[in-house]
Design a protein around this ligand. Structure first.
Ligand code: DAH
Length: 333
């Protein structure tokens, strides 16, 4: 009798602590036809006749205890039976989380924005479908101006005055028209050009333009701003140079090159063996542009710049084909 009670006690402790399996494992181990409850019931025959009643009570109570534990396991894991429709089967593997990551264009765009925000530039946005005035005329590109050919334009057939913006300079115009000076903005966004798609050109891409207009803004301010940007973007060791250039909306105009990140300046296919890569156009805002937008060009001066985000991203992550950016999957390691 004593032995039996001891066994029951040990088994109860084991059952209470049962955690290494589901309800079905438990059932087989304790309540199945060869389970421990059955086995211990079989011990009744060894109990002296005068103790049988008492032993029977203990065994019965033990059986109920075991069955209660089984019910508890079943309801907590729903595993003792087939799951029925509508019930949540907690034993199923969890749904995979939809994992994603930011597109490299977004990563670089955000980085560019945060660098200029630290210099006090605010983000301005505008429409991708523009009118001729904001995309061209206001920017000192009147009708029939030959420089319009610099950018192959998609026109919207319903209205010859509408087009897909070829640059985000149109946003600068919209901001200048608001007339709240000084202006210190960057304009990130998607632009469109009627180009044949290749490794180096696409019919849409992304730009960030910058504009600073106040009293006494000089070319030195432009250079220092862009120098800060390039160092923050590519590191302190980067070298840069300005080359004279032409844009109708700036005078003087320049293009800015940085030392090639691929070869470090010694010459490779990316920099066409020159050691330099062009990353942006810039200049002092042309007085005609200021006047076209209602700003007094005798009082205010300003600088502007514009860069392609794809170009910067390709340099930063050493991506050699522009088309990859608009394919379905793109991973940057
Ligand atoms: N809008 C020019 C382009 O898309 C880039 C550019 C050049 C923008 C000089 C500017 C600038 O604001 O000052 O090619």
């Amino acid at each position: 009798m004593e032995q039996l009670l001891q066994k029951i006690q040990d088994l109860k402790a084991e059952i209470a602590a049962f955690s290494d399996g589901d309800a079905e494992t438990f059932r087989i181990k304790f309540l199945g036809s060869k389970g421990l409850v059955k086995t211990i019931m079989g011990e009744m025959k060894n109990v002296a006749a005068e103790n049988k009643k008492e032993a029977g009570q203990f065994l019965n109570e033990f059986k109920l205890f075991t069955e209660a534990k089984y019910e508890e396991l079943k309801s907590s894991t729903n595993n003792g039976q087939q799951s029925t429709a509508g019930e949540i089967d907690l034993s199923l593997p969890a749904d995979a989380l939809p994992l994603g990551s930011r597109h490299p264009i977004s990563l670089v765009k955000n980085k560019i924005i945060s660098i200029f925000q630290r210099l006090g530039f605010a983000v301005a946005e505008g429409p991708e479908i523009e009118d001729d005035f904001h995309n061209f005329t206001a920017l000192n590109l009147p009708e029939n101006h030959p420089a319009r050919d610099m950018q192959d334009t998609f026109y919207i057939s319903q209205n010859p005055d509408w087009l897909l913006r070829t640059h985000t300079s149109s946003v600068q115009v919209r901001e200048m028209q608001k007339g709240q000076l000084p202006i210190r903005i960057i304009c990130p966004g998607r632009v469109y050009r009627n180009e044949t798609i290749s490794a180096r050109a696409h019919c849409f891409f992304h730009q960030v333009e910058g504009l600073y207009i106040a009293e006494n803004v000089s070319f030195a301010d432009l250079k220092q701003t862009l120098y800060f940007f390039v160092q923050e973007m590519f590191g302190r060791d980067i070298k840069l140079r300005f080359r004279p250039s032409y844009f109708p909306f700036t005078e003087p105009s320049a293009e800015m090159d940085i030392s090639c990140l691929i070869c470090g300046g010694s010459g490779c296919s990316v920099c066409k063996k020159t050691g330099w890569v062009e990353i942006l156009g810039c200049g002092m805002v042309h007085p005609n542009v200021l006047n076209n937008c209602g700003i007094d060009s005798n009082k205010y001066t300003g600088f502007a710049f514009g860069m392609g985000i794809e170009r910067i991203t390709m340099l930063k992550y050493q991506i050699k084909d522009l088309r990859l950016f608009s394919e379905k999957t793109m991973t940057v390691f």
